[in-house]
Design a protein. Structure first.
Length: 294
């Protein structure tokens, strides 16, 4: 009988490399929010994939921030560096055809005692796949990677090969989580993230980085969940943007978030969303801890 192996695998990379898309594709559910804007992910989120012979616990991390420094970005960077030493394997996600100083900075943080697998993402953007060969060869010179796997997270290309490479480095005996679990995060956490995703997707470039979400009440009644949430913004002007003309933007944010929640939770959701101004929230260490930032 084959003994089940398990392990923690950090998914790291610079902002917008496709880390959350990769996690969601591997798990088969949207447990990490995604948008086209950089640094959508702010928390460490684990996605759990269980096979007959192995359990993979993938830790999705925020994109490592090198350009801006406030309390929020420092908290996110701490989450990345902590993950690198706590896991068994590191998957380093880079975009095919793009490797710059931000990637080099992250490589400098890798502990020498952890195997690092390079996942070269977005290969679907290359019609002529032979163009990848010189790119992969050049990348191999930057670090002694355990393996280099070209993938497309959005299409699911080569993900089985990626899992095979990770499986080689799993050392823990037995399962770390139940066979039917897909994440270590609560429904309350996921509800806040789904609302935050809609802010990223539906509003302008500046606003999402000045907003966060608090869940003030989360009650379950059989198959109905009653959720009261507050979108916290930095300035009064941001509040007006979130609410929109005649409340239309806030209504759309809430409606689309509720639909995602009902799909994941498997039941009806009654969602109320309000907006509150709290100036300087993203540079207040104590407040950030109360909001769940490390």
């Amino acid at each position: 009988m084959t003994e089940t192996k398990s392990g923690l695998i950090a998914i790291v990379g610079r902002p917008n490399a496709g880390k959350s898309t990769l996690l969601n594709r591997l798990v088969g559910e949207k447990i990490s929010i995604v948008s086209k804007k950089a640094q959508t992910t702010r928390h460490r989120i684990s996605g759990i994939v269980t096979h007959h012979d192995a359990q993979f616990v993938f830790v999705d991390t925020p994109g490592f921030q090198t350009k801006h420094s406030n309390a929020l970005n420092r908290a996110m960077n701490r989450g990345v560096t902590r993950a690198l030493v706590e896991v068994d394997v590191i998957i380093f996600v880079v975009e095919a055809g793009r490797f710059d100083a931000a990637d080099e900075t992250l490589i400098g943080l890798f502990p020498k005692t952890r195997p690092v697998i390079l996942a070269v993402n977005k290969i679907d953007c290359f019609e002529d796949k032979t163009r990848l060969f010189p790119l992969l060869s050049a990348l191999s010179e930057h670090y002694p990677f355990s393996a280099i796997v070209p993938i497309s997270a959005s299409k699911g290309t080569q993900l089985a090969n990626l899992l095979d490479e990770v499986r080689k480095h799993l050392t823990n005996e037995g399962l770390l989580f139940g066979e039917d679990e897909i994440t270590d995060k609560s429904e309350r956490f996921l509800a806040a993230e789904y609302i935050r995703e809609k802010i990223f997707r539906l509003t302008g470039d500046e606003l999402p980085y000045a907003a966060t979400v608090e869940i003030e009440k989360f009650e379950t009644e059989r198959l109905l969940r009653r959720i009261h949430a507050v979108i916290v913004v930095d300035r009064q002007a941001h509040k007006g943007i979130v609410i929109g003309k005649a409340g239309e933007m806030l209504k759309r944010i809430a409606t689309e978030a509720r639909q995602d929640m009902e799909k994941l939770f498997g039941g009806k959701v009654f969602l109320e969303v309000f907006v509150r101004v709290r100036s300087g929230w993203n540079n207040d260490e104590r407040l950030l801890k109360s909001l769940g930032y490390e």
